[in-house]
Ligand binder design. Structure first.
Ligand code: AOS
Ligand code: ZN
Ligand code: ZN
Length: 389
């Protein structure tokens, strides 16, 4: 293979697996409008079928993350069997405590014991689902916080959060994990109960080894050095998963690698440095919504973006970098770093794909496959599943 990608790099790439989110295939939008897309899935089975297309054309996306209640079905065993038939497996189960009137002032942190109990029970239901789907991870993102100074006792809420998480954690089996996602604002605007990696870390560290932090790349203030957080969490053995996406302003949930490929590269350099690439502890997930672009191709493009930046990060010349650092040769160190980033690996990856029986051009192959035309014709009528449906 005529490329800069060594056999070692190629075999590392071979093991790359990215979980795609079921909600990426449903309709989504902003607070202003949800646009519908022809061919949108009408139920969780159709979401899985669409997700399987991404894997079929890229070989990169063998698992689909679920969301409860959006993906609740009568028989999770048959959803699991269907996924296997389609060539994928069911992955992380995401809980939802943000769409119920009861949760207006909190869920796991709520002052009212009844509401906390309800939120805990929802998570126990998610764990039951995980047993049926074969999922390892329960991902918790909390929409809790307050909008005005004085509104809430932030400290008491941390204590209640700990107690609630403890009750959930206690229900996990030995091979299951809890990952706690942080987000600096939205929907609460003054304080958020899990706003940053430090809070997430403190909460999961108090639970035990099978509780880890989930890092969503869109959940930081502009200018945050996310790769530093990646480094630190890996160093502490607490990076459980990524929610990849990209953002220009807030939690935009755009395609990963679209807004700032260099940031994605820098993150992947630290993942590799910290031993997180291909490590079972660190799940790569996408958390994206495709509001105006086609959904399946949007997901195909996204996993390819992750692969491309991973390949570039693997090209980083560690020896040259170490030598420059030892000499405090700032400019050479930076040049070595940028050389890897600027290397175009697309032709090499296309060649490699072909060698593995995949199309050199997965976007083109999907467009040619006729799948999109088929779902647009077949799925007319019925209720389209959406973000929140
Ligand atoms: C919300 O902002 C988060 O990124 C979550 O990961 C959320 O669980 C996901 O968007 C699906 O609900
Ligand atoms: Zn997320
Ligand atoms: Zn988010």
């Amino acid at each position: 293979m005529s490329s800069q990608l060594t056999p070692e790099i190629l075999s590392t790439l071979e093991r790359q697996a990215i979980e795609v989110p079921s909600w990426a295939y449903g309709n989504s939008g902003t607070r202003f409008k949800v646009f519908t897309t022809p061919g949108t899935p009408r139920d969780p089975f159709e979401k899985i079928a669409d997700a399987a297309q991404v894997h079929r054309h890229t070989g990169l996306a063998p698992a689909v993350a679920l969301h409860i209640p959006w993906d609740r079905v009568d028989d999770f065993g048959s959803l699991r069997d269907f996924a296997v038939e389609q060539g994928v497996e069911l992955g992380t189960v995401n809980s939802n405590t943000f769409q119920d009137d009861d949760y207006k002032f909190g869920a796991l942190t709520h002052e009212d014991e009844r509401i906390r109990r309800k939120a805990i029970d929802h998570h126990l239901e998610c764990i039951d689902v995980m047993h049926l789907t074969g999922s390892r991870d329960l991902k918790i993102w909390l929409a809790e916080g307050s909008n005005y100074p004085g509104q809430s006792d932030m400290r008491a809420r941390q204590d209640r959060l700990h107690e609630s998480l403890e009750a959930i954690y206690a229900r996990l089996s030995d091979d299951q994990r809890l990952v706690l996602e942080y987000k600096f604002f939205e929907p609460a605007f003054y304080h958020t109960d899990v706003p940053d990696w430090g809070t997430s870390y403190a909460q999961v560290a108090a639970l035990g080894d099978r509780a880890m932090v989930c890092l969503d790349t869109g959940h930081h203030a502009p200018g945050t050095n996310i790769e530093f957080i990646v480094m630190q969490l890996l160093r502490l053995g607490k990076l459980g998963s990524f929610d990849f996406n990209s953002r220009f302003y807030a939690d935009d949930d755009l395609m990963v690698g679209a807004a700032d490929p260099f940031q994605l590269f820098r993150i992947l350099v630290e993942v590799i440095r910290g031993g997180g690439l291909g490590h079972p502890d660190v799940t790569f997930m996408l958390d994206q919504c495709h509001n105006v672009e086609a959904k399946i191709p949007g997901q195909i493009r996204s996993v390819l973006n992750v692969q491309e930046m991973t390949a570039r990060a693997l090209l980083l010349d560690g020896d040259a970098l170490a030598a420059a650092r030892a000499e405090n040769d700032v400019l050479t160190a930076n040049e070595v770093f940028m050389d890897a980033f600027y290397t175009d690996v697309r032709p090499a990856l296309a060649e490699w794909r072909e060698a593995r029986g995949l199309s050199a051009d997965p976007m083109g192959a999907y467009a040619q496959s006729g799948y999109q035309q088929r779902i647009e014709a077949d799925r007319i009528g019925g209720t389209q599943a959406g973000w929140g449906a």
